[in-house]
Design a protein around this ligand. Structure first.
Ligand code: LER
Ligand code: MN
Length: 268
């Protein structure tokens, strides 16, 4: 298993679960110095990401994943938008992110952009619209040869998919989609986190490594050893990426994460 840490380049996401903020070079340098295996980037939009010349800045340091949540947080785009043109814009936003991510050998993530039902959009319709968008993006992922990560979120953020099982159901038959297992959301929604991971098996393509209170692992009460054991049992070899609050501060959260990563992955 590999370690990663997050950096947000989206001021509108302020207060959100990201370790480093605003300064990509500082985040890369710190991640390297602390011994992380990669970095997960949350950019404001594809043009800004392209303009950052990440490949040049990163100098061979791996990009673990690229988040697309700014499509919702900043641009109000949703993959289940009942307005055809808005939904198309949402698809194009994710598609462009996927292309740039694939140039960096990284997958893109669909989390917040899955949207949810509203008083005027029934749950079944929201789900059908999302599924339709994901089918289009599945084709893009196939062309790029880089999976797209779909992330179930807790009930306060979505009613599309709250558990890994619901994620599997929603993405069924879309072979280029893998699931993102966010331990914070899972701690709220799953009956048994370790068992759900075992059940989803090889369909898990990324993990958000967060404790029960969305702080760095070790700062909350998540039962980590059984989760690591279950990841081992499915031969999970990808990232455990710290999508956690920057508390007590960025370096404090990053240090706690890498120490926990080493402790739990070497001893369990
Ligand atoms: C995104 O990765 C996520 O976990 C959501 O809760 C949005 O913050
Ligand atoms: Mn997450």
């Amino acid at each position: 298993m590999k370690s990663a840490v997050t950096v947000s380049l989206v001021p509108e996401a302020s207060g959100g679960p990201f370790v480093f903020w605003d300064d990509l070079d500082f985040a890369i340098r710190s991640a390297r110095e602390l011994g992380f295996d990669g970095i997960e980037i949350f950019p404001p939009d594809p043009d800004t990401l392209r303009g950052l010349n990440v490949a040049q800045r990163i100098q061979g340091f791996p990009v673990a994943a690229i988040g697309t949540g700014a499509g919702w947080v900043k641009h109000r785009l949703l993959l289940c938008d009942p307005d055809r043109e808005q939904r198309q814009r949402a698809i194009e936003f994710v598609r462009s992110m996927m292309r740039i991510a694939s140039e960096l050998s990284a997958p893109a993530i669909v989390g917040s952009m899955q949207g949810r039902s509203t008083p005027t959009l029934p749950k079944s319709e929201a789900k059908a619209l999302l599924r339709d968008s994901l089918e289009t993006l599945n084709e893009e992922a196939e062309k790029l040869g880089q999976p797209l990560l779909f992330e179930p979120l807790n009930r306060y953020e979505t009613d599309q998919a709250n558990t890994l099982e619901q994620g599997l159901e929603l993405t069924g038959g879309l072979n280029n989609l893998l699931l993102l297992a966010d331990l914070f959301h899972m701690n709220i929604e799953e009956a048994n986190v370790a068992e759900s991971i075992r059940h989803a098996g090889h369909k898990i393509g990324h993990v958000h490594f967060a404790d029960s209170n969305r702080m760095a692992i070790g700062f909350g009460h998540l039962e980590v050893p059984s989760i690591i054991q279950s990841l081992r049992s499915i031969a999970y070899a990808k990232y455990l990426s710290a999508e956690v609050l920057s508390r007590p501060d960025a370096m404090g959260a990053a240090r706690q994460t890498i120490e926990s990563f080493r402790k739990f992955t070497s001893s369990t």
